[in-house]
Design a protein around this ligand. Structure first.
Ligand SMILES: [Zn+2]
Length: 150
C-alpha cells in the first residue's frame, strides 16, 4: 500500500481516478489541452479546469534509479520516470516504472499506466491510487515477461 502525503481539492480526482483504471488529468476546455500538475485554474489562461480521460500510454521521457531507501514502504532500487503521454506532445507526468528490472528501463520505452492502491493522512480509508507505468512492448531493452519478477 502506497502512502500519499496529502490530497487537496484540486488533485483529488487525480488520486482517485485509478478506481476504473483510467488516468485522468486536468484539462482546460478553453485551451483544449491537458496540463500537469493539477491546479485550480489553467496555467495558460487562468480558466476553470476539469479532468479528462487520457489513454494512459506513453514513452519514458527520462528517468532515474533510486537506490536510497527514503520511503520504508518502497523497496529499493526503484525507477522514477517522467512519462510523456501519447495524448498530447509535452504532456509529462512523474511515475514509477514497475514490472521490469531498473536496468531494463530505457528512454523512449513504451509504457502503459497501472494503479497501486494508496492511503493518505487526509483519506485514511479513501479509495486512492498511485499511477505507475509498466513496459508494453519489447525491442527497447525491456523484458515483456518481467511483470512477475518484482
Ligand atoms: Zn486554459
Amino acid at each position: 500500500m502506497r502512502n500519499i502525503p496529502s490530497v487537496v481539492d484540486n488533485d483529488y480526482t487525480y488520486w482517485t481516478s485509478g478506481w476504473d483504471d483510467v488516468l485522468r488529468l486536468p484539462f482546460c476546455e478553453a485551451c483544449d489541452r491537458w496540463f500537469f500538475p493539477p491546479a485550480d485554474t489553467c496555467p495558460q489562461c487562468s480558466g476553470l479546469v476539469g479532468f479528462r480521460d487520457t489513454t494512459g500510454t506513453g514513452t519514458v521521457f527520462t528517468y532515474t534509479v533510486n537506490v536510497q531507501r527514503y520511503n520504508p514502504d518502497l523497496p529499493t532500487p526503484y525507477v522514477i520516470a517522467l512519462i510523456e503521454l501519447d495524448d498530447q506532445a509535452g504532456l509529462r507526468i512523474p511515475g514509477n516504472v514497475v514490472g521490469c528490472e531498473p536496468d531494463d528501463v530505457k528512454i523512449g520505452m513504451r509504457v502503459g499506466v497501472a494503479f497501486e492502491p494508496a492511503t493518505s493522512r487526509d483519506e485514511p480509508n479513501g479509495e486512492l491510487f498511485v499511477p505507475v507505468f509498466f513496459p508494453t512492448d519489447s525491442g527497447t531493452g525491456a523484458d515483456p515477461d518481467g511483470g512477475d519478477r518484482r
